[in-house]
Design a protein around this ligand. Sequence first.
Ligand SMILES: [Zn+2]
Ligand SMILES: [Zn+2]
Length: 133
Amino acid sequence: MASNVAHGKCLCGAVEIKAEGESMTTVACSCTNCQTCGGTTYTVNLVYPKDTVTVTSGMEDIREYEDKNTDSGRTVLRRFCGRCGSGVFSQAEDGRLFIKAPILKGVSRRSLLPTSTPGTCRAGLRVPRRETN
Ligand SMILES: [Zn+2]
Ligand SMILES: [Zn+2]
């Protein structure tokens, strides 16, 4: 059966995930919480539908932070590796999953660099389609 599966792992490699199917969109977020949490000016996330992301290794190393103090007022469950601190993915209240784009294999680092217009999301960022068996 052919399907599109993206694989990713944290910095230390303890936590591995896979995402099945196509990502819905790409979101570059520069809210204060993402900046503080990531230690960066913005984070880039690939957004996947509910229930499409599976932790394939290191479930016991995943820590969760229930982020209630968000700009939108909606709770975001931020999941990260308890060993190396890498953000792995977050979950919105509606179940959508926001995977930190840099952890995914096959995402070009160049595609994550800022665009010429500050705050502009690079639409259409995708991990390459690959066949699995
Ligand atoms: Zn780790
Ligand atoms: Zn944010």
